[in-house]
Design a protein around this ligand. Structure first.
Ligand code: URA
Length: 244
């Protein structure tokens, strides 16, 4: 792995800072001052920054969380609304979320101690499907939903392939299941609006291989390290510090 990435993954600094520090001659590998960030290191190399070894990387931890409606996915809300992070069980260490759910969205939100793991899982290139159950006011045909399977452009924003199925109708509402692989802002609501529907309940039921299952609202459940490693694949698991 490149030295700047190793320094960033150790939680010391950003890759950019690492490159600057290397150029400033502050980083030594195996007793030699580095002059270029284009240097590859392994766990066997002794890396010192300003004479100090890199901090040991803690194995990332990951939780499934059933987010209740009414909480903002943010550590601090400028409008003072209740946040996810202020309402987590007290015994949880400091965590970040893998992406966000809107204030009125419920359901599966992944939480992790590791920013690099969160960023990786959020990437569209990771390609994990996010599935939602959606209750919306209005009527739509399965035929109209099927037009989404090759993606759709709404107000200049491109959404990739979307699987959408009618589950049932309930009075003036319809229940749908929607699966997509992106994570764009308000994507489910925008797609529903595009079809003439107005979402009044939105529940994320799965994110990639992780499902909400029957977790009570507000509950957290830690994902076993072995499962994280299996889902990341061995190379990435090693890079992200998941011991297998
Ligand atoms: N789509 C939305 O519109 N909101 C969410 O919270 C998640 C997906």
């Amino acid at each position: 792995m490149r030295i700047a990435k190793a320094m960033a993954q150790a939680g010391l600094c950003s890759r950019r800072d690492a490159e600057r520090w290397i150029e400033a001659g502050r980083v030594c590998v195996n007793g030699k001052v580095l002059t270029t960030p284009a240097h590859v290191v392994s766990e066997a190399d002794a890396v010192l920054v300003d004479g100090e070894p890199l901090p040991a990387r803690h194995a990332p931890r990951l939780w499934r969380y059933n987010k209740p409606r009414g909480l903002v996915t943010s550590h601090k809300d400028p409008e003072g609304r209740p946040t996810v992070f202020a309402n987590l069980p007290d015994d949880l260490p400091r965590v970040v979320s893998v992406g966000r759910l809107d204030i009125n969205t419920e359901g599966l939100l992944l939480l992790t101690t590791d920013g690099a793991l969160a960023r990786h899982l959020e990437l569209p290139s990771t390609g994990w499907v996010r599935r939602y159950r959606v209750r919306a006011h209005g009527r739509v045909s399965q035929r109209a939903l099927d037009t989404l399977k090759d993606g759709v452009t709404i107000d200049g924003m491109r959404y990739g392939p979307i699987e959408a199925k009618i589950e049932r109708t309930q009075g003036s509402n319809v229940w749908l299941t929607i699966g997509l692989r992106e994570g764009k802002n308000r994507e489910v609501k925008r797609i529903a609006e595009h079809l003439g529907l107005s979402v009044n309940r939105l529940i994320r039921t799965s994110f990639g291989p992780f499902a909400l299952g029957d977790m009570p609202s507000g509950a957290v459940d830690e994902v076993k390290r072995k499962v994280i490693a299996e889902q990341l694949g061995s190379t990435l698991a090693r890079e992200l510090g998941v011991k297998t």
